[in-house]
Ligand binder design. Structure first.
Ligand code: AMP
Ligand code: GLY
Length: 428
């Protein structure tokens, strides 16, 4: 089949990397792609919010299947639009995409179905929100209801700060919605649990831990993700059973009963407190940069998995993973997540050898006259697999030294929680 991946980040490069290995794929396209996907697929420059233009490309290039990487086109209904035109897609429909597109929708679904999550209130009226804050414990979590490109969540230590954040949201800081969700702060360890879902069942699709803060030791503002590793060692069989039974199964059942069975990747963002999982967020897509490490661990053909979801035959497919530990470190433009320079040349990339255990996945890059330039905040994902997380990080850091890009920066402490323990074990 001819397949197109929509998106231009490290996640989409990793998806193309894995799809390229699938025998089932004849031609692979990436819309719009980056300098990395260009080596594996035909990049087609197009505005991915323009569904009519995407449809034209699909017809012209005889594309049989479309995999949607980022959340925005999913939340805006690309699956409904293309399905009406009889194009096969991979991803949830507009209704089910509210799991990520509206925190108010997600929290209400949790409440109705007794899914463990932080206690909350949903407000559109400033005075009512303030009354809630007055009797709440600090810190309190203030969240914009709609998509906010990772900038919609604030953890407020004072009632004053919470009021300011609430006012900004209700006054329309985020165009997607002016509703605000106020949430109890749950102290614990974060875990990302991935599933692939069809109308009948769902399968485990990896675990990972992300590092959202820009600074080392998890300091500074939130970003899209500065690095991740897999597997997440806090995930035990017992915890996994709880996540499936208490969170994922009731969510999928509820969506089915509402007439919109979920299909595609489902990213469950959890807080683990005293070995109990609490749902923090759903993402209706693969994580970025989590996808980069998971694609290095996945052994089963990704095209086969995608086809099985389309045919609702996932229950007959065994998904296999290698037993490596993988890490990705994100090389960012200096200044990210605030202002940063673009169009800066990145040298030495050709000195890195890509193989089954080491890959550089591109994000904000483009190629001009055989040179690679930066084009965004998160630029490259240096990804390595090894026997354990400590060795995987050593390998990533060695590669980063070779790139030696003066306009870039990265966190050297990705995986610090597990590495501390691995080091202890090594000493014993
Ligand atoms: P979200 O966009 O909902 O994932 O929130 C971004 C980050 O804020 C999460 O990854 C958590 O680190 C943190 N966070 C969100 N909600 C809560 C909560 N109720 N309690 C503690 N931390 C939270
Ligand atoms: N890495 C976080 C996300 O993809 O939302």
């Amino acid at each position: 089949m001819n397949l197109a991946v929509i998106g231009s980040g490290g996640r989409e490069h990793a998806l193309c990397y894995k799809l390229r290995k699938s025998k089932e794929i004849k031609k692979l396209f990436c819309i719009p792609g980056n300098a990395g996907t260009n080596k594996l697929a035909e990049n087609i420059k197009e505005d991915i919010s323009n569904f009519d233009k995407i449809y034209q490309i699909i017809k012209e290039k005889k594309i049989d299947f479309v995999v949607i990487g980022p959340e925005e086109p999913l939340v805006n209904g690309i699956v409904d639009y293309l399905s009406k035109k009889k194009i096969k897609t991979f991803g949830p429909d507009k209704f089910a995409s509210q799991l990520e597109g509206s925190k108010a929708f997600m929290k209400s679904l949790c409440k109705k179905n007794k899914i463990p999550t932080a206690d909350f209130g949903i407000f559109q009226n400033f005075d009512e929100a303030i009354t809630f804050i007055k009797s709440a414990k600090m810190p309190i979590v203030v969240k914009a209801d709609g998509l906010a490109a990772g900038k919609g969540v604030s953890i407020c230590n004072s009632k004053e700060d919470a009021k300011i954040k609430v006012k900004e949201i209700i006054d329309g800081k985020f165009k997607s919605s002016n509703k605000v969700v106020l949430e109890e702060f749950i102290e614990g360890e974060e875990l990302s649990y991935f599933s692939v879902v069809d109308e009948k069942t769902f399968s485990f699709f990896g675990s990972a831990q992300d590092h959202k803060k820009v600074g080392e030791m998890d300091t500074g503002p939130n970003t899209g993700g500065m690095g991740a590793y897999t597997p997440a060692n806090i995930l035990t069989k017992e915890l996994e059973e709880k996540i499936k039974k208490k969170i994922i199964e009731p969510t999928l059942k509820a969506l089915k009963e509402m007439g919109h069975p979920y299909k595609g990747f489902l990213y469950t963002g959890l807080m683990i407190k005293k070995n109990e999982p609490y749902l923090i967020e759903y993402n209706i897509r693969m994580g970025d940069p989590e996808c980069q490490v998971l694609m290095m661990k996945l052994e089963t053909s990704l095209a086969q998995i995608i086809k099985a979801v389309a045919e609702n035959s996932l229950e007959n497919l065994k998904i296999n993973w290698n037993d490596k530990s993988c890490m990705t470190i994100v090389l960012c433009s200096k200044g990210y997540p605030d202002k940063y320079e673009k169009n800066c040349e990145i040298k030495n990339l050709d000195k890195l050898i890509g193989d089954e255990n080491t890959q550089v996945f591109h994000a904000g890059t483009y190629e001009k006259n055989k040179k690679i330039y930066s084009n965004g905040g998160r630029v490259l994902n240096i990804t390595a697999c090894e026997k354990n997380i400590t060795l995987a990080r050593d390998k990533c850091l060695n590669h980063l030294k070779i790139i030696n890009w003066s306009k870039g920066f990265y966190r050297k402490d990705i995986g610090w929680r597990v590495i501390k323990n691995e080091d202890n074990k090594r000493k014993i």
